[in-house]
Design a protein around this ligand. Structure first.
Ligand SMILES: [Zn+2]
Ligand SMILES: [Zn+2]
Length: 158
């Protein structure tokens, strides 16, 4: 399905095709929390990087996380340089994928029947996760990709 997104100030707008648009993947890591997660987490979607179109590209800035070993992570977090809205993440390791933040998407997203809570080991102490009985939860990385989750539940979109 076509996803349309934008930053808060309107300097940047974007659109992309996504076969994996359910906002089920809830990340409590410190990076998501501090850069995009006022509630203590951020939600990433899966999309097709080859279809990404950006208006206001000049206004987009990129944040690359410095790892513990001093290496820069390959994950690039793209955000609006004017208002700070996080827009999407992209990695050169999986260049065909792009991961828009659900918070930046204006298209109404489908409601996930279950959710996956990841990086709970990095959760802030004040965050009380809302984990349903049917949800999966992980202290670090999940056991399935965003694409695999959609396939397992028969929710891949054209
Ligand atoms: Zn903006
Ligand atoms: Zn995260």
């Amino acid at each position: 399905m076509l996803l349309e997104g934008s930053c808060h100030c309107g300097a940047v707008a974007f659109r992309l095709e996504s076969a994996h648009p359910y906002p089920y993947n809830i990340c409590y890591c410190s990076i998501c929390r501090k850069t995009a997660g006022g509630g203590g987490y951020a939600v990433n979607l899966g999309g097709d990087h080859g279809t990404l179109e950006v208006e206001g590209r000049d206004g987009v800035r990129v944040y690359r996380v410095q790892g513990d070993d001093g290496e820069r992570s390959s994950l690039e977090r793209h955000f609006c340089g004017a208002c700070g809205s996080m827009l999407w993440a992209w990695s050169a390791r999986w260049p065909e994928l792009v991961h828009p933040f659900a918070s930046a998407i204006d298209t109404p997203l489908p409601v996930p029947p279950e959710r996956t809570h990841i990086m709970l080991g990095s959760k802030a102490a004040w965050v009380a996760p809302d984990i349903a009985r049917s949800d999966k939860s992980f202290d670090d990385y999940p056991d399935e990709s965003i694409a695999r989750w959609h396939e397992r539940l028969g929710l891949v979109r054209e």
